[in-house]
Design a protein around this ligand. Structure first.
Ligand code: G3H
Ligand code: 13P
Ligand code: ZN
Ligand code: NA
Length: 279
């Protein structure tokens, strides 16, 4: 475990690659992510996020991650993903290594004020803060792309006034995967314009459903952390379904098949982002 993942981000910036942040869901998926990080020799942000928190709470998810990590040699940090104010307080108390605070739904000035408080608190404990500007639509939401995009001038002001260490932007990517639908092409010109005025590394959420070629393009344009979940969950599920279709196997064998499939999918993401071999 590395309590200073910001150093990874700086290395990613100078090395021209992106780090992976992936969401854990239970023991087997947590093991899959950690084992994939170990196999790919890539640092990993183990993300406690919006699916797991309502299910078991921040504390249990944190403990589950730490317990599973003891069995691997992965280089990891525990990261709160899309946290609320209360979750940030809990995560700081528990000793998270990295925090994303998400108040992108609030009016801009309120988002700035609240994010600045989070940064002051977290920096007192040496914890880096990621925040998001612009909205990343969820699958199923009507998509008027331009209204979701991060505004370049707001991004500049937001980073200067809040002191965040990483900025997640909206540039044509959704949370989840749109079945049968072409992903909106990544707005690389927008990434460039934000990059030009924002001094901190950029983050792209929702990389499931984004082709590897676009992941590489985003890296080339200055994105140095990427969040993924759905593609890896789908890989896990495909492993379970495959195993079950072969007959009435032991549940342990079925879960194991999901884990193995998810490891491969995660290693492929590290390779696309370029962080394989950097741990
Ligand atoms: O970032 C928030 C959640 O991880 C949403 O991801 O679309 O895979 O449910 P999802
Ligand atoms: P995807 O499920 O689209 O990969 O998004 C995950 C995410 O952004 C978590 O913060
Ligand atoms: Zn996200
Ligand atoms: Na996505």
């Amino acid at each position: 475990r590395d309590p200073q993942p910001l150093r990874w981000v700086e290395a990613a910036r100078s090395g021209g690659y992106a780090l992976g942040g992936f969401n854990m869901h239970n023991d087997e998926t947590t093991q899959a992510l950690l084992q994939a990080a170990e196999k790919a020799d890539a640092p990993i942000f183990m993300q406690v996020g919006r699916a797991i928190i309502p299910h078991m709470g921040v504390k249990k998810a944190f403990e589950l991650t730490v317990r599973n990590a003891r069995e691997t040699d992965a280089l990891y940090a525990i990261h709160l993903d899309h946290g609320t104010w209360d979750e940030v307080l809990e995560a700081v108390r528990l000793g998270f290594d990295s925090i994303m605070f998400d108040a992108a739904h609030l009016p801009f000035e309120e988002n700035i004020a609240l994010t600045r408080r989070v940064v002051e608190l977290c920096h007192d404990y040496g914890i880096p803060v990621e925040a998001e500007l612009g909205k990343i639509p969820d699958v199923g939401a009507p998509v008027e792309w331009a209204s979701y995009y991060t505004d370049v001038h707001e991004a500049e002001r937001f980073v200067a006034e809040t002191g965040v260490d990483l900025l997640a932007i909206s540039a044509g990517v959704v949370h989840g995967v749109i079945p049968g639908l072409e992903q909106e092409p990544l707005a690389v010109d927008l990434i460039d314009r934000i990059r030009a005025v924002v001094p901190v590394p950029l983050v792209l959420h929702g990389i499931s459903g984004v082709p590897d070629a676009e992941i590489k393009e985003a890296v080339a344009h200055g994105v140095h952390k990427m969040n993924g979940d759905t593609d890896l969950r789908h890989a896990f599920r495909a492993g379970l379904e495959d195993a079950w279709s072969q007959g009435d196997l032991q549940l342990e064998e079925v879960l194991d098949a999901g884990r193995v499939r998810m490891i491969d999918a995660t290693v492929a993401k590290f390779e696309a982002m370029g962080s394989a071999g950097t741990a």
